[in-house]
Design a protein around this ligand. Structure first.
Ligand SMILES: Cc1cc2nc3c(=O)[nH]c(=O)nc-3n(C[C@H](O)[C@H](O)[C@H](O)COP(=O)(O)OP(=O)(O)OC[C@H]3O[C@@H](n4cnc5c(N)ncnc54)[C@H](O)[C@@H]3O)c2cc1C
Length: 364
């Protein structure tokens, strides 16, 4: 690209990719700069459950993004599949939550956000060894196969002529008269129109390095480890959440088991202790998994904020700087609404939902 892109996005995860999609639909020319390969960090490592874990225990700012995203997902998945030929496998297989000491709160939340629920009629638990307490079945909750969602969103970006610069580490910025004028990367200097930082868990580091003294979002890396079983199809009636762990059945029978929540900086290594903890949860809950092999074990870094509410804002002190980051455990489910809100703010459109809770200065 020889001309200056209207929008430069740092970070090619799900947030960067879907933000680019929104902005190109409005006619903007967009570049994404990604220090590794596109879509290989947290967005790849996640489970893809399209509901927060116990959303009724979390701030309503999360539920608002979730509700809007749930409305967008079926159409988004269809459009991505048809335009790219890569199926993000949006699968509304339902979510069974076995233990709900706060069932009244859960029911109020489902009614408030129009989420279908059953307390009496649950799916068959034949293969499961769970210990239900006020069980809850949410038959319409879906998951997406996030690595495929990312491939599809990447192809979609290419089709929309988004410039994708991989292995391009953004190392510094030049600011002049309250505007960012250029970026220094390990692949050279780039002029900037408007800059969006969607660098997930790395967003804070970039702020500290690029904008010392400027008000910054508070985002920390929170490691999560997962296991993948090669299991026969139809072992589970849907996704299962028991206490803090879950099983997610993919369409081809593979089952994900997760996850850990660990604060250890930017260390992305896996550990044997966590492997055994997740394995023991999975095989206790679904004994048939003892006969299935574990074919993968990985870790990713969630972009954590104190209450899980992401930052989506235009910076008050730099007119051409915006941030869309800090989605913690819910970046896949919140991505469609959060990127649409970001685009509304940049394009000066009436926002689809109240942007205040996602502001830099809102209590997070
Ligand atoms: C184990 C695990 C399970 C999860 N399960 C779920 C789930 O079931 N449902 C759900 O909704 N969410 C889930 N999540 C959370 C979700 O994955 C994240 O919230 C989401 O992926 C964040 O997306 P992102 O685009 O902000 O970050 P990322 O995908 O991490 O993308 C940020 C990108 O910025 C790039 N970057 C950083 N610094 C620079 C730089 N200097 N220059 C250029 N590029 C840079 C990085 O390389 C990275 O690719 C899970 C996460 C994990 C780890």
């Amino acid at each position: 690209m020889t001309t200056i892109p209207d929008i430069t996005i740092i970070g090619g995860g799900i947030i960067g990719l879907l933000t680019a999609r929104e902005l190109t639909m409005a006619g903007a020319r967009v570049s994404i700069l990604e220090k590794n390969a596109i879509g290989r960090e947290s967005s790849w490592a996640g489970g893809g459950i399209l509901l927060p874990i116990y959303p009724w225990r979390q701030p309503s700012a999360i539920s608002e993004l979730v509700r809007h995203s749930l409305d967008i997902y079926p159409t988004l998945a269809t459009e991505l599949r048809e335009s790219t030929g890569i199926d993000p496998e949006w699968s509304p297989c339902g979510l069974f939550i076995s233990r709900n000491p706060d069932i009244e709160r859960a029911i109020d939340w489902c009614e408030r956000y129009s989420i279908d629920y059953r307390t009496a009629q649950t799916p068959s638990l034949d293969n499961l060894n769970c210990d239900p307490l006020n069980p809850l079945w949410l038959p319409d909750i879906a998951h997406t196969r996030n690595p495929r969602l990312l491939k599809s969103a990447r192809r979609d970006a290419e089709n929309r002529n988004v410039e994708l610069l991989e292995h391009c580490d953004v190392q510094n910025v030049t600011v002049n008269n309250g505007r960012i004028v250029s970026l220094t990367t390990d692949r050279g200097e780039r002029s900037v129109g408007h800059l969006i930082v969607s660098a997930g868990a790395w967003t804070n580091i970039l702020f500290e390095r690029f904008f010392p003294g400027l008000a910054a979002p508070d985002i920390k890396p929170i490691k999560g480890q997962m296991l993948l079983y090669d299991a026969p199809p139809d072992l589970l009636p849907g996704m299962i959440l028991e206490n803090d762990h879950y099983l997610i059945p993919r369409l081809d029978g593979k089952i994900l088991a997760g996850s850990s929540v660990e604060q250890c900086g930017f260390d992305k290594s896996t550990s044997e202790a966590t492997y055994h903890k997740i394995k023991s949860f999975a095989e206790q809950l679904c004994p048939a998994l003892k006969r299935a092999s574990i074919i993968s074990h990985w870790a990713g870094l969630r972009p954590g904020t104190a209450h899980g509410v992401p930052y989506i804002f235009r910076h008050p002190d730099l007119e051409n700087l915006s941030v869309n980051a800090g989605h913690f455990r819910n970046g896949l489910v919140m991505a469609p609404a959060s990127t649409s809100l970001m685009a509304d703010l940049i394009l000066g459109k009436t926002p689809m939902l109240d942007p205040e809770p996602y502001n830099l200065l809102a209590p997070h």
